[in-house]
Design a protein around this ligand. Structure first.
Ligand SMILES: Nc1ncnc2c1ncn2[C@@H]1O[C@H](COP(=O)(O)OP(=O)(O)O)[C@@H](O)[C@H]1O
Ligand SMILES: [Mg+2]
Length: 272
């Protein structure tokens, strides 16, 4: 699989909406598709991407060491044992996000795109001017929200702050299985922004995390697979609903057609 768009920033107006969870899940999907993936935890001081993959004990170096030129990116990253092709770079617990030099980020991102097919930036919440500058070096932005008004409004606001030329996508996380209120539905309709998918509320996600299987949830992967394709332009719109239970439907996904490993992809995740 080849892709032009390789650096994806995962953003949100508000914190705690699922950026890290979704960054980790997307990373697993791309890695399972055979792409070399790096996820960078940019949430300075609030490091937690490592926990998604249970590699917290392997961290010797972090983002600050790379940015400060203490050692090359390739020596600071951690491979994720359960997911060949997937590596992460831990965030710094000490360095302050606003103290980062954008030039250092640019240099690091150039190295990252030399080494990896897909680079996912798991960003801090909000619209720090430095973050907005960094996002402009990216190929796509994925904005994450909950389906509730404060979160939706913050997506709207963030959207207005991003460059017009940057491809922007929006995903609703923790979509309830219960029916949304009329007010919520109206608001969702009003957001003039391409929704590229939704991820359901997964009540037992924490239990999966506790069992070292955080990303093995069937519903989670079913939701993320089409989103992952949209983000790298493998499928332009999400108009058609694809049933991932149906092999014929799956064959309609351009990537799945040429990629006979769909069953292997599913088999990789024991709980499918
Ligand atoms: N779809 C989901 N269903 C259930 N819990 C979720 C879902 N997405 C995220 N969470 C939980 O929400 C919390 C915050 O998620 P996280 O990814 O850390 O958010 P952020 O990176 O935006 O701060 C975590 O405890 C995570 O397990
Ligand atoms: Mg996070």
């Amino acid at each position: 699989m080849s892709t032009q768009q390789s650096v994806i920033a995962v953003l949100s107006g508000k914190g705690g909406v699922g950026k890290t969870t979704i960054s980790a899940g997307l990373g697993c999907v791309y890695a399972a598709l055979g792409l070399k993936v790096l996820i960078i935890d940019m949430d300075m001081g609030l490091r937690n991407l490592d926990l998604q993959f249970q590699v917290q004990g392997d961290i010797l170096f972090d983002l600050s060491h790379v940015l400060d030129g203490y050692l090359p990116l390739s020596e600071a990253i951690i491979s994720v044992p359960q997911h060949p092709n997937l590596s992460i770079l831990a965030s710094s617990l000490q360095k302050n996000f606003s103290s980062i030099d954008p030039e250092q980020i640019k240099t690091m991102m150039n190295h990252a795109t030399d080494l990896f097919d897909i680079v996912i930036l798991d960003a801090p919440a909000g619209a720090d001017p430095l973050l907005l500058e960094i996002v402009h070096y990216c190929d796509a932005a994925l904005l994450v929200s909950h389906p509730y008004l404060p979160s939706l409004r913050s997506v709207d606001k963030l959207l207005g702050m991003l460059s017009k030329n940057l491809p922007k996508y929006w995903v609703i996380n923790r979509m309830p299985t219960t029916i949304l209120s009329t007010q919520q539905k109206n608001y969702l309709k009003d957001v003039d922004f391409p929704l590229c998918g939704s991820v359901p509320e997964i009540p037992d996600l924490l239990a999966y995390q506790a069992e070292n299987q955080p990303l093995s949830h069937k519903g989670f992967f079913k939701a993320l697979y089409p989103i992952a394709l949209v983000l790298i332009n493998q499928k332009q719109t999400q108009d058609e609903q694809i049933s991932l239970d149906d092999d014929k439907e799956i064959a309609k996904i351009p990537q799945a057609k040429s990629h006979k490993k769909w069953k292997d992809f599913i088999a990789n995740f024991a709980l499918w």
